[in-house]
Write a protein that binds this ligand. Structure first.
Ligand SMILES: Cc1cc2nc3c(=O)[nH]c(=O)nc-3n(C[C@H](O)[C@H](O)[C@H](O)COP(=O)(O)OP(=O)(O)OC[C@H]3O[C@@H](n4cnc5c(N)ncnc54)[C@H](O)[C@@H]3O)c2cc1C
Length: 413
């Protein structure tokens, strides 16, 4: 592994205008500089630089869409094989993770509540503890990580990495309240009444989208995000139908295969597949079948019933065939998620969009004074690196808000 990473690093041309970084990376990871430091024996400095720019660097090195991002824009890829940049980033960030030393500014005597410990919440918590704020994370689940822990399967993102993260977060002084759902016993107003000077909502999108077809509540039908939270809880049988063909649907199908199902099929409504080619290749390698042009009509105890669609050469649907039953022991619906309304329905003054996402201004401030929001709960289902990028901006806006609050308090004293 190490020799491979070194060889890859040595192939970097140190481009003056590095497209891998400028065009390829949503968070502008300093790729040539990372590689330069690494080859100069300054891995720790490279790790520090990566963490400062992207506290989820070690995770992004595993789960980003590298083919279309850094690697996809590597100039070496024009002539032959692109440099395997994520392996280099992973090697450096993984080695650095347990050694991170967070320098903190003088304590500010102001408290921030962060609701949700996905990449958005963790990024805001890290950035603000560095600024000297007292930070508490409230998390509905028992551990930190959000969809990184309870959505992305562990064969793609080992849970050990998230455990090491959690330990680090606690070591640097972030307070953590697990198993605490805001909007349940505690409401957001309670946090403000208890003296938190700002609140950041990073609760993601966890409400499975319904298909609204007959049979959706049957005992052998499940939703992807529910299943992925705890696959051990399910007894799916040998044959499983997965409805949807995006990356999440493929995560479901590959997890189901690993848990012993022998006959797993992905059913896509259209000819266009949302999943990336690499994910489709992995699904094929795992023996998962893909059926396109199958519109779900109904679920039964014997399996889902589809209406097969007929397409012309351009991929336009020009007709339908008679419905068919595809026998399956279980079905899993994997067609995306929307936001839950637990917080907004128990708080007055937080506006939402027509999709139920939290409405914010360009700084991440919601319509309620002192309450900010970031990540998927604002943008809808996106990805880790974009959640981090947006959360960095929100952390800065919270710092500015709290600085102004401090200044106003000093002026009035
Ligand atoms: C199956 C699947 C696979 C994915 N694969 C990838 C991938 O390969 N690469 C990639 O980059 N992205 C992937 N994503 C998307 C990525 O995980 C999300 O975009 C990202 O995690 C969003 O970050 P977030 O912090 O906004 O929210 P989340 O990660 O969803 O975190 C929100 C947190 O808030 C908590 N919470 C919610 N409500 C409350 C409440 N009321 N009180 C307290 N806590 C609350 C939740 O428990 C959760 O921990 C995947 C998503 C799924 C579902």
């Amino acid at each position: 592994m190490a020799a491979h990473v070194i060889n890859e690093a040595r192939r970097c041309l140190q481009c003056k205008k590095p497209m891998c970084q400028i065009k390829g990376c949503p968070i502008q990871t300093q790729i040539p500089e990372m590689i330069r430091l690494f080859l100069a024996g300054e891995s720790a400095k490279a790790g520090e630089m990566l963490f400062e720019n992207n506290p989820m660097s070690v995770i992004c090195s595993l789960v980003c869409d590298h083919e279309n991002q850094c690697e996809g824009n590597c100039i070496q890829g024009r002539r032959g094989a692109a440099i395997h940049i994520p392996s280099i980033e992973h090697y450096i960030s993984d080695a650095f993770l347990d050694r991170i030393k967070i320098s903190k500014e003088r304590p500010k005597d102001q408290k921030v509540a962060v609701i949700g410990s996905g990449p958005a919440g963790l990024t805001v918590a890290i950035k603000l503890i560095q600024k000297g704020y007292d930070v508490t994370i409230f998390e509905r689940m028992d551990k930190m990580g959000g969809m990184m822990r309870y959505g992305i399967p562990d064969f793609r993102l080992p849970r050990k990495i998230l455990d090491r993260y959690q330990k680090k977060m606690l070591d640097i002084g972030i307070h953590f309240r697990p198993n605490t759902s805001i909007g349940g016993a505690l409401h957001l107003d309670d946090l403000l009444n208890d003296g938190y000077d700002a609140v950041m909502v990073g609760t993601g999108v966890w409400r499975p989208k319904r298909l609204n077809v007959k049979g959706e509540s049957l005992g052998n039908v499940h939703y992807a995000v529910d299943y992925l939270q705890n696959p051990e809880a399910y007894n799916l049988g040998d044959s499983v139908a997965v409805i949807g063909a995006g990356n999440s649907a493929i995560d479901v199908a590959r997890t189901v295969v690993r848990r012993g199902a022998t006959d797993v099929t992905l059913y896509a409504r259209s000819k266009r597949i949302a999943a990336s080619q690499r994910e489709l290749d992995y699904a094929a390698a795992d023996g998962i079948d893909l059926q396109q042009g199958m519109a779900i009509k109904e679920f039964t105890d014997q399996g889902p019933i589809f209406t097969p669609r007929i397409f012309d050469d351009e991929g336009n649907c020009i007709g339908e065939e008679a419905p068919v039953l595809r026998p399956a022991d279980s079905s899993i619906i994997a067609i995306s998620q929307g936001p839950k309304d637990k917080i907004v329905s128990t708080t007055h003054g937080i506006d939402v969009t027509d999709k139920g996402l939290i409405a914010v201004d360009e700084t991440g401030h919601t319509t309620m004074e002192g309450v900010f929001a970031s990540g998927d709960v604002v943008m809808g289902s996106r990805n880790v690196v974009v959640a981090v990028r947006e959360a960095k901006k929100t952390a800065q806006a919270i710092d500015e808000f709290l600085t102004a609050k401090r200044d106003a308090r000093m002026n009035s004293d």
